[in-house]
Design a protein around this ligand. Structure first.
Ligand SMILES: [Zn+2]
Ligand SMILES: [Zn+2]
Length: 405
């Protein structure tokens, strides 16, 4: 099998791409459409190279993690013969010479083949709409963020991740048994901005398709670089911690004793490898990159903290200065016609102007900012938004005192 593959239309031979609206492969030339079932049975996908009883958990006992460091690889385009140079974990891309979308099939062979894929359901237009509503239209953002050209950078990418299930039994100080069951705990399997990814999580995993690489055409795709073993290890330590917390809160009303003897056993481990769809966009501003993302299945949008647009404050001041000037003119008129100008200068001019400058302008500005920013902030990237173990516990946590029997 060649390292790189392309989906060509069975009726005319032109390249086909995945179409979000139809959820099918569509020919660029004759517009014929083919669904995933047709593709799976007619396009020699590499499914047969992965045994049907393949088990990620068993495999990690015998096989070392493959080389996960990203390095540069060179492939040959099956359409035009051009040399495609890309990072070794990129699995789907556009040939720079003939612009056909190609799949780096070696990244889906054997141990690299995902179990499931969630095809893109939401289009890039939706990303553009949400970006416009929340960022570009906000008075807050500097003009670099409002430039419509930034939307040319939107790109769709399939991100690798693991869903982990297991049973965990923990013995604490030989005294108490905590057992709990975890189902489908999501673990990001590549090195991208974690907070950004977990903010647009969750995906609706039950809507995933059995893996077919056809739906990756036209999008970028990455294979996992955090292997099964590492993923389970990090999840196990979190599950262990949760078990201990539950046990200790039962034992002595929540006081947690660090370093005390306890031991966890994990059974019925199951790991599934998914590719999930994410729209990304970057904006560069004053030497810093700002990452935006949208869940390609649910449309959940997330953005970073946007720097404040100083020009906005200047414009705001200009608008406020107009009534300010009118007031000053009226105040002078009043003072000129006054019987006690000295008192009026204080009462009509100095005190109100002082109040305006030091109190009213900043106050109205803060209120204005607060109202316009509040709408945007609910979509902001959440720090430490990694999925909490507690949300993936199925059924009750069983806590038994050993002295009970
Ligand atoms: Zn065709
Ligand atoms: Zn090419």
């Amino acid at each position: 099998m060649s390292e790189v593959k392309e989906y060509k239309c069975p009726s005319c031979g032109a390249p086909m791409d995945f179409d979000i609206t139809h959820q099918k492969m569509v020919c660029r030339y004759c517009s014929n459409k083919y669904d995933f079932d047709y593709i799976r049975s007619n396009f020699n996908e590499v499914t047969d190279e992965k045994p049907s009883d393949f088990d990620w958990v068993e495999r990690t006992k015998y096989v070392w993690e493959p080389d996960m460091a990203e390095h540069i690889k060179e492939y040959v385009c099956p359409s035009c013969g051009g040399n495609i140079i890309t990072g070794s974990t990129f699995s789907s891309l556009k040939c720079p010479f003939c612009s056909h979308n190609v799949i780096i099939a070696v990244n889906f062979k054997g141990d690299f083949r995902p179990d499931k894929v969630i095809p893109f359901k939401v289009k890039a237009d939706e990303f553009a709409k949400k970006y416009k509503e929340n960022i570009a239209d906000s008075k807050y953002a500097p003009k670099e963020f409002k430039n419509p050209e930034v939307l040319d950078n939107i790109f769709g990418c399939y991100i690798p991740m693991w869903l982990y299930s297991c049973n965990c039994e923990t013995v604490i100080e030989n005294d108490i048994n905590v057992s709990l069951k975890i189902k489908d705990y999501p673990i990001l399997a590549t090195d991208i901005n974690k907070n950004l990814f977990y903010t647009i999580e969750p995906f609706m995993y039950d809507e995933a398709e059995d893996f077919t690489e056809s739906c990756l055409t036209g999008f970028a795709a990455k294979r996992y670089s955090i292997g099964a073993e590492n993923a389970m290890e990090s999840a196990d330590s979190k599950i262990k911690k949760t078990s201990r917390l539950r046990g200790y809160s039962h034992l002595n009303n929540g006081s947690y004793i660090i370093g005390n003897a306890n031991h966890s056993d994990f059974t019925d481990k199951q790991l599934l490898y998914y590719l999930v769809p994410v729209w990304f966009m970057n904006v560069k501003y004053k030497g810093k990159i700002y990452n935006f993302a949208m869940n390609g299945q649910t449309g959940e949008f997330a953005h970073p903290d946007i720097p404040f647009n100083r020009q906005y404050f200047k414009d705001y001041l200009k608008i406020l200065l107009t009534p300010y000037l009118v007031y000053v003119i009226l105040a002078f008129w009043e003072i000129c016609n006054s019987s006690d100008p000295a008192r009026d200068i204080i009462e009509v001019l100095v005190v109100p102007l002082f109040a305006f400058s030091y109190f009213l302008i900043p106050l109205t500005f803060i209120i204005h900012c607060f109202v316009s920013k509040k709408h945007t902030d609910r979509l902001k990237i959440k720090e430490g938004s990694e999925a909490a173990i507690d949300d993936f516990i199925v059924g009750d946590v069983k806590i038994k005192l050993r002295s009970d029997h």
